[in-house]
Ligand binder design. Structure first.
Ligand SMILES: NC(=O)c1ccc[n+]([C@@H]2O[C@H](COP(=O)([O-])OP(=O)(O)OC[C@H]3O[C@@H](n4cnc5c(N)ncnc54)[C@H](O)[C@@H]3O)[C@@H](O)[C@H]2O)c1
Length: 297
């Protein structure tokens, strides 16, 4: 008896890496799985793996960043399994480049697959869930890169957008019984192997099995998880972390409104000494001594 027996699940970008891990875990929990990936060969391999384990799966090669692709993915699920219960929007690409060198194409490609792909797949799935009257679960994929990450303006922006979409969609879709959450996964994959640090070099990272994100996903998508919506969880390895969502912090009030002189008098002593650290590892705020134009050589 699996926690997702009888459920029909789509995982986008499931031909390799983290998506493959999700697909295998969903199948192990009893769900029938649409293994979507633009790479037909790897999608077929994952279907074979699931079938070899006694599960049910079909492959689909729709591209998530186009409406026709997203619609075909949901349609394939309904045709094969009679309905859709879960849309796991996982497909992703990286086109890393420092901000000043990043091309328009590199920006657009990343926004298309991540932001538009998540929008289109979730909308197609939610419309079908509404028509079914069954409720359902939408899960998106963000990344800690959205806290800020060197060389990833496009990717960090896309992941931040997806987090914000999660909060909004959760508010709108609860009336249809649809829950919306996101995970910020981790795993050693083709994508994680491309990351270089601010020094422009690759740094060896310990191996993390991409399948370890799956168990919490199974719980989130099960009926036991029916109280969870609008949340983002850090997953993978040994952790499940609840992401603290952005909110207004320390606030200064000036009766009647602020003047420039009042800002000058109060800002540095009351907000300037509390500025937020940047990036994934949150080192101490680095610019307290000011940021200055480069000195002439
Ligand atoms: N690997 C990590 O540590 C990590 C960390 C944070 C977030 N993520 C996110 O997890 C997700 C999976 O990443 P991964 O590391 O497994 O990458 P990956 O490159 O190993 O796998 C991504 C898969 O998505 C597929 N894909 C790409 N564009 C597609 C499209 N338009 N339509 C359908 N499929 C498409 C690729 O063919 C590939 O098989 C991504 O959203 C990524 O941003 C990964």
């Amino acid at each position: 008896m699996g926690l997702l027996d009888g459920k029909a699940v789509v995982v986008t970008g499931a031909g390799r890496g983290i998506g493959r891990g999700h697909a295998l875990q969903f199948a192990k929990a009893g769900a029938a799985v649409v293994v979507n990936d633009i790479d037909a060969e790897v999608a077929a391999e994952v279907v074979d793996e699931i079938e070899a384990l006694g599960g049910r799966a079909i492959a689909n090669t729709g591209s998530v960043g186009r409406k026709a692709g997203a619609d075909s993915i949901v349609q394939a699920c309904v045709e094969a399994f009679g309905k859709i219960d879960v849309m796991m929007a996982n497909a992703g690409i990286a086109r890393d480049r420092t901000f000043l060198k990043m091309s328009e194409d590199e920006f657009d490609e990343v926004m298309n697959v991540h932001v538009k792909g998540t929008f289109l797949c979730h909308q197609a799935a939610a419309l079908q869930m509404k028509a079914q009257g069954s409720g359902g679960c939408l899960i998106s994929t963000v990344s800690a890169a959205h806290f800020g990450n060197f060389g990833q303006t496009n990717y960090a922006g896309a992941k931040g957008a997806i987090a914000s979409m999660t909060y909004t969609m959760a508010m709108e879709l609860a009336r249809h019984g649809i829950r919306v959450n996101a995970i910020s996964p981790s795993g050693t994959t083709r994508m994680s192997d491309t990351y270089v640090g601010p020094d422009g070099k690759k740094h060896p990272m310990p191996f993390i099995d991409p399948k370890l994100n799956g168990p919490v996903l199974v719980y989130l998508c099960s009926d036991e998880g029916n109280y969870i919506s609008g949340q983002v969880f850090g997953t993978g390895g040994e952790r499940i972390a609840l992401l603290e969502q952005p909110k207004y912090g320390h606030t200064l009030l000036m009766p009647g409104g602020w003047t420039v002189e009042a800002v000058q008098a109060h800002f540095k002593a009351n907000l300037g000494n509390r500025l937020e650290p940047l990036g994934i590892t949150k080192p101490p705020y680095p610019f307290a001594d000011g940021i200055h134009p480069p000195q002439p050589q």
